[in-house]
Design a protein around this ligand. Structure first.
Ligand code: SF4
Length: 286
C-alpha cells in the first residue's frame, strides 16, 4: 500500500525523522506537521546536520524554530570540519559534479543517525515544484512528501513562516541555506556574502588561494591552480563578484536590501526567486 499521511505505520519500531536544513521549506514542514498532524509531531525526530560552515543566521533561526516546535532539533555532524575533508580530497574543492561535501558532511551522518532502523523521512518538497529531494538508497528509509500530498505551494510556506517563526533573515540576500561557501551560489549571492559577512567571504577566498602542488615525473614539483581550485568553473569568487558589481552598476541594485517601502518579506514573496535550474542537493537547501 502506498505510504501517505493518512496511512502511516502505527508500530513503535518505525522511526519518523525530518531533516531541518535551515531553509524555509523544511522549517515550514515541521511547523505544518506540528499544527496539522500533532500525533505525528509527537513521534518525529527533528534533526539538523551541521557542516560547521553555516551562517550564524541559520543557528539563530534553528533556536527560534526549536522553541516554537517545543522539541529538540538534534544536531548531527561528521565530527570533522571542512578543512579536514578538503585535505582528504587532495585539496580539490567540491562542485556540482564532485559533490563530496554533501556525501561526507550531510548524508553519512544522517545514515549513521538512522542506522538500519525502519524510517519514514518527511521531505518538504512543495506541490508547485518539480524536483527531487535527497532520497536515500537505503531500503529501510521511506520518503514521504506531505506538502505534495496536501497541495501546499510556495505562498502557503511564506504565510506559515510569517505567522510563526518568521522568514530566515539571510533570505534578504541569499536564496538558499547551506555552507557560506556553497558553490551553488549565484554571482549576486557571492556579492551578498561579501557585503553581509565580509569575514566569511575572505575565508571562502582563502580556500581558492591555498598553495597546491603536484609531482610530475618529468618536471618535478609543480604549483597548480584553476578549475577544481576555485569555487566556480566561471572563475574565482573575486571575479564573480566583480561581474555582479558591474551588472549592479548597469542595472541598479541586484542584491536585495530593504531600501523601498515594501517589506523585504513581501518583495521576496512576490518575487519568484526559486531557481528552476537549482541543482543543489535538497538535504542542504530545502
Ligand atoms: S551546502 Fe553546498 S557546500 Fe555545503 S554541503 Fe551542501 S552542497 Fe556542499
Amino acid at each position: 500500500m502506498k505510504l501517505s499521511m493518512t496511512n502511516l505505520p502505527t508500530d513503535d519500531s518505525t522511526r519518523h525523522v525530518l531533516g531541518i536544513s535551515g531553509g524555509k521549506d523544511s522549517a515550514a514542514l515541521a511547523i505544518y506537521i506540528k499544527e496539522c498532524y500533532p500525533e505525528v509531531h509527537e513521534k518525529v525526530e527533528y534533526f539538523f546536520t551541521d557542516t560547521g560552515a553555516e551562517l550564524k543566521e541559520v543557528y539563530e533561526f534553528l533556536d527560534k524554530l526549536e522553541a516554537y516546535l517545543g522539541k529538540e532539533i538534534v544536531r548531527l555532524s561528521s565530527g570533522k570540519d571542512f578543512d579536514h575533508w578538503l585535505k582528504l580530497h587532495n585539496e580539490y574543492l567540491p562542485s556540482p559534479q564532485q559533490r563530496w561535501c554533501t556525501r561526507v558532511m550531510k548524508i553519512k551522518p544522517f545514515e549513521a543517525f538512522v542506522g538500519d532502523d525502519p524510517v519514514i523521512s518527511y521531505i518538504g518538497i512543495r506541490a508547485d515544484e518539480n524536483r527531487e529531494g535527497y532520497i536515500s538508497r537505503k531500503e529501510t528509509i521511506k520518503p514521504i512528501f506531505p506538502f505534495i500530498e496536501d497541495g501546499l505551494i510556495r505562498d502557503d510556506i511564506f504565510q506559515m513562516l510569517e505567522d510563526t517563526v518568521g522568514i530566515p533573515e539571510y533570505y534578504q540576500w541569499r536564496s538558499r541555506s547551506g555552507c557560506y561557501f556553497c558553490f551553488f551560489q549565484r554571482q549576486d549571492e557571492w556579492l551578498g556574502l561579501k557585503r553581509n559577512h565580509p569575514e566569511l567571504f575572505e575565508k571562502a577566498k582563502a580556500f581558492e588561494k591555498r598553495k597546491r602542488e603536484k609531482y610530475d615525473w618529468a618536471d618535478g614539483k609543480q604549483e597548480i591552480e584553476g578549475h577544481g581550485y576555485t569555487w566556480s568553473s566561471q572563475g574565482s569568487i573575486d571575479e564573480l563578484v566583480e561581474r555582479a558589481e558591474t551588472r549592479e552598476k548597469k542595472n541598479g541594485i541586484i542584491v536585495k536590501t530593504n531600501n523601498t517601502n515594501e517589506r523585504w518579506q513581501d518583495s521576496l514573496r512576490n518575487d519568484d526567486d526559486d531557481d528552476p535550474e537549482d541543482q543543489s542537493c535538497l538535504i542542504c537547501s530545502l
